[in-house]
Design a protein around this ligand. Structure first.
Ligand SMILES: *Cc1c(COP(=O)(O)O)cnc(C)c1O
Length: 365
C-alpha cells in the first residue's frame, strides 16, 4: 500500500508512521552522540546507558525491578526482539497462540521456525477477549501466548480482568507469554496500560517487548528491546546476536535520553495523538463510515459497508488511484477474512492538515 501511495502521490494513512520529527531532545541527543564519536559497534546486549534507562523506565511507570546487566536486551526494533524470542522459544510443530487480528510479523516468524500461529479472535465493536476461547486454543504443542496490548490494528487495550484470565491460563499450562507493548504510552481517554508481567506469577514467564519507534515518533530508528527473567533474556540475546548482532549505537544513546524525559512529556505525546484520533474518527463518521472506538495506538478501524463496498482488499488496492489516499484492509491481519471483509485500518499519526486533506479527498467517495 505504501508503494501504491508513492505511485499515485497519495496521502499514506496505510503504514503507521508519523510525519513530524519527534521530540527535539531525543533527535539532538542522536546528533550529539554521532559527533561525540559514538558510532562503532555497541555490545550485542545494548549500550549500558539505554539498558539502565529501560530498567529505570519500567520501574518509574510500572514498579518493575530489573537488572540492567541480565534482564534487558536491545534489538533492531521490536521486530527483532519478537522474532528472536520466537526463534529462541518455538520449534517445528509447536504452536503459538495470538490474538487475531495480529501484527503480520507474528505469523511470518512463526512459519519461519516451522510453528503454527493459532488465532484467538477479538471482534468489533468492543474487541473483548473471550478467555475461554483462549483456554480452549491451548494444546500440548502450545509453547507461547503472544499478546499485543495496546493492540494494532484495533486500538483495543486488554483490561485487568482479561490479563488475569490470560495469566491463569499461562500458569496452568506453564506457557511463556511474549507481550508486544510498543504502544504502551499511546493510550487515550485515561485508559491505563497494565504490563502482564506485573500480575502475580507472571514476571518469571513473561518476555515484554517495546520500542522507541512508536513512543518517540522515530519509527525508522528501529531501536527496540526485550525485558524479562534473565534465563529467557539470555535466550533472546543468544539468537539476536546472530541476526543483527547489534545496531544503532548513537540512536541507543538518544533513546536513553528519551526514556528519561519527565512524565508530562509522555502524556503530551498521547494527548496529541488522541486529538488526531478524534479528528480522523469524526471525519470518517461524517463520510458515512462506521468507525469503531480506538482506545490507543496509531490506528482506527472503519467499516466501509455503509458506502456499498463489499471487499476491503479491492477497495484499498483501488483507493490511491481513485481518491489519492492509502489505507490497509484489516483482512491482512487475519488468518481468515470471514467477518472482517469490509474493515479498513486508517493511521491517525499524521499532521492535522494532512488528516484534513485526506478527509477532503475521501469525500469523493
Ligand atoms: C510497529 C510495530 C512493531 C515493530 O516495531 P519496530 O520497533 O519498528 O520493529 C511491532 N509490533 C507492533 C504491534 C507494531 O505496531
Amino acid at each position: 500500500m505504501s508503494a501504491l501511495a508513492v505511485e499515485h502521490d497519495a496521502i499514506n494513512l496505510g503504514q503507521g508512521f508519523p510525519d513530524t520529527p519527534g521530540p527535539r531532545e531525543v533527535v539532538d541527543a542522536a546528533v550529539a552522540a554521532m559527533h561525540r564519536g559514538l558510532n562503532q559497534y555497541p555490545p550485542a546486549i545494548g549500550v549500558p546507558a539505554i539498558r539502565e534507562a529501560i530498567c529505570a523506565h519500567q520501574k518509574r511507570f510500572y514498579g518493575i525491578d530489573l537488572d540492567p546487566s541480565t534482564q534487558v536486551v536491545v534489538c533492531a526494533g521490536a521486530s527483532e526482539a519478537l522474532s528472536s524470542a520466537l526463534v529462541a522459544l518455538v520449534g517445528a510443530g509447536d504452536e503459538v497462540i495470538a490474538l487475531e487480528p495480529f501484527y503480520d510479523l507474528y505469523q511470518a516468524a512463526s512459519v519461519l521456525v516451522g510453528a503454527s500461529l493459532v488465532p484467538v479472535r477479538i471482534s468489533a465493536p468492543d474487541y473483548a477477549l473471550d478467555v475461554d476461547a483462549l483456554r480452549a486454543a491451548v494444546t500440548p504443542r502450545t509453547k507461547v501466548v503472544l499478546l499485543n496490548s495496546p493492540h494494532n490494528p484495533t486500538g483495543a487495550v486488554l483490561s485487568r480482568a482479561e490479563l488475569e484470565g490470560i495469566a491463569a491460563v499461562a500458569i496452568e499450562h506453564d506457557l511463556v507469554v511474549l507481550t508486544d507493548e510498543v504502544y504502551e504510552h499511546l493510550l487515550f481517554d485515561g485508559e491505563v496500560h497494565i504490563p502482564i508481567s506485573t500480575l502475580p506469577g507472571m514476571a518469571e514467564r513473561t518476555i515484554t517487548v517495546s520500542s522507541a519507534g512508536k513512543t518517540f515518533s522515530v519509527t525508522g530508528w528501529k531501536i527496540g528491546w526485550a525485558t524479562g527473567p534473565a534465563e529467557l533474556i539470555e535466550k533472546v540475546l543468544g539468537v539476536k546476536q546472530w541476526f543483527s548482532f547489534a545496531s544503532g549505537t548513537p540512536l541507543q544513546h538518544a533513546v536513553a535520553v528519551g526514556l528519561e524525559l519527565p512524565d508530562d512529556r509522555f502524556a503530551t505525546l498521547a494527548g496529541d495523538l488522541q486529538r488526531k484520533r478524534d479528528l480522523l474518527t469524526d471525519g470518517l463518521r461524517d463520510l458515512g463510515l462506521e468507525v469503531y472506538h480506538s482506545k490507543a495506538t496509531y490506528f482506527v478501524t472503519a467499516d466501509i459497508a455503509p458506502l456499498g463496498e463489499t471487499d476491503s482488499l479491492a477497495f484499498c488496492r483501488a483507493l490511491p488511484a481513485r481518491v489519492g489516499v492509502a489505507a490497509v484492509p484489516n483482512q491482512v491481519f487475519h488468518a481468515s477474512p470471514a467477518g472482517v471483509e469490509t474493515q479498513v485500518r486508517f493511521a491517525c499519526c499524521k499532521r492535522d492538515e494532512v488528516l484534513a486533506d485526506a478527509l477532503l479527498r475521501l469525500r469523493k467517495l
